[in-house]
Design a binder for this molecule. Structure first.
Ligand SMILES: [Zn+2]
Length: 452
């Protein structure tokens, strides 16, 4: 049982709430309750967010691509370095890196992650003895950390629009629809050993890495699980797809696929007003990755028009250059303020920006990962996080301003506890397996950097 001095329930902040949890789910929410001696007591309890987009291995590159070189650095030169780096990555290193990333996510308040997993094969493109070897490494990291996992094996078949062959740097990603189906089947079989909240969806990487015929064949393999795809992250990608298919990427998806509430278009940065309104109305969750989008110079999301169309959204940490839930929220809002020369942009009508962003990202993120979560209510998964209201950044705030304090003023260290589907993995601000996970990471990255 968890006793919270204050809890954010669907109707708002409520005092003295006692939460019962069984089999990973919330089974009771008692208001105006009294704490019992065996309860885990927390200051303020929130529904924990789902991090809807991550490539864990990229965490090991953080800090290595911020050095200006001759000529103009771009997303595409960043990608070249990522390919060289990834060329050396071993299964053991991938597992250790993923464990650190999942731990960091939980310590910042994410209960679950959508791992958009596209490195499948050995250097040179040969398959491992088990075609799902690297998916199994992600599963091992999820088991160690206890994070809720929606695994998203990626179909990556071509090196660019128009079915160009894979480049040398892309061989570890490559699958045909048939080999992808075999990989997916192996991953789903292995995932049965994980907790019941685990999901295995699919992720056609992007329109540039697939083609219309392959996409039509792969979509049924989702079988009711989430479908994620990178879309419209870069102007060049939009121009390339338009030249090839005669329509902008979002425009093409809307016209040629059953895109809807089980889809999560990642980034969706460069959309026309018409695309923005139509995609929002489809029910798809916009997968926003504000820190990475800023780091890569992608450009700002079209927030005001998305919200005007009641679009769903969630937050992902993508490249994992920095893992901070609060910084993701504030970077999203600040990207809008800087573009529009305005304040308090990411809230329709009037109200708290922090609360709108937090509650929206909790619900949208859970939807994108196929998790019955995102609010504190009986019957939902116990994805919960607790923050310390006695922290200097929060202690003076009226309840109506707590989530503004969290989003704009607080450090990540205000997180005291985290439960992923009832698994109490963060206590007193630290993951329960912290030392083991960090030791594994140190060994992995040292080996990786020595090799590069
Ligand atoms: Zn991504």
């Amino acid at each position: 049982m968890i006793f919270a001095e204050l809890a954010l329930l669907p109707e708002g902040w409520v005092k003295q709430v006692r939460i019962s949890v069984a089999d990973g789910h919330i089974t009771g929410v008692d208001k105006a309750a009294a704490p019992q001696p065996t309860d885990t007591r927390v200051s303020a309890l929130l529904p924990a967010l789902s991090n809807l987009h991550s490539h864990t291995f990229q965490r090991a590159m953080a800090g290595m691509t911020e050095h200006r070189i001759a000529g103009r650095d771009s997303f595409w030169t960043w990608r070249d370095l990522m390919y060289r780096f990834m060329d050396r990555l071993t299964p053991e290193q991938m597992e250790a890196i993923a464990a650190l990333v999942f731990m960091e996510m939980q310590e910042t308040g994410f209960a679950a992650v959508g791992e958009f997993h596209y490195v499948h094969h050995q250097t040179g493109g040969g398959t491992y003895a088990n075609i799902a070897e690297l998916s199994n490494r992600i599963f091992a990291a999820a088991s160690l950390t206890g994070i809720g996992l929606t695994h998203l094996p990626v179909l990556y078949s071509y090196g660019g629009v128009g079915q160009q062959p894979l480049s040398t740097g892309q061989l570890r990603f490559g699958n045909t629809v048939d080999s992808f189906a075999a990989l997916l089947e192996a991953a789903r079989a292995a995932a049965l050993a994980l907790p019941a909240d685990t999901r295995v969806g699919i992720a056609p990487h992007s329109l540039r890495a697939t083609c219309p015929a392959d996409l039509a064949r792969v979509l049924p393999l989702a079988a009711g699980n989430p479908i994620h795809i990178h879309v419209a992250e870069q102007p060049k990608e939009v121009a390339d797809v338009t030249a090839w298919l005669g329509a902008r990427p979002v425009e093409w998806l809307l016209a040629n696929t059953p895109i809807g509430a089980d889809w999560c278009p990642i980034h969706a940065t460069h959309m026309t007003g018409q695309e923005t309104a139509a995609l929002a109305k489809s029910g798809a969750v916009a997968g926003l990755c504000p820190i990475t989008e800023a780091n890569l110079g992608d450009g700002p999301f079209n927030g005001p028009e998305w919200l005007a169309a009641n679009g769903a959204f969630g937050i992902g940490s993508d490249s994992n250059v920095r893992i901070s839930l609060t910084e993701e929220l504030r970077t999203l809002e600040y990207s809008q303020r800087l573009r529009d020369i305005a304040r308090n942009v990411m809230v329709p009508a009037e109200g708290s920006v922090g609360q709108f962003l937090y509650v929206g990202a909790a619900r949208g993120g859970a939807q994108a990962l196929g998790r019955n979560a995102g609010q504190i209510a009986v019957g939902t998964l116990a994805d919960l996080t607790a923050i310390d209201l006695s922290h200097p950044s929060l202690c003076a705030l009226h309840p109506d301003h707590i989530l503004d304090g969290l989003a704009f003023a607080a450090p990540d260290t205000v997180v005291t506890d985290l439960w992923s589907a009832g698994r109490h993995q963060v206590k007193q601000g630290r993951h329960i397996h912290r030392e083991q996970i960090i030791a594994g990471w140190r060994t992995a990255v040292k080996g990786l950097i020595d090799a590069v």
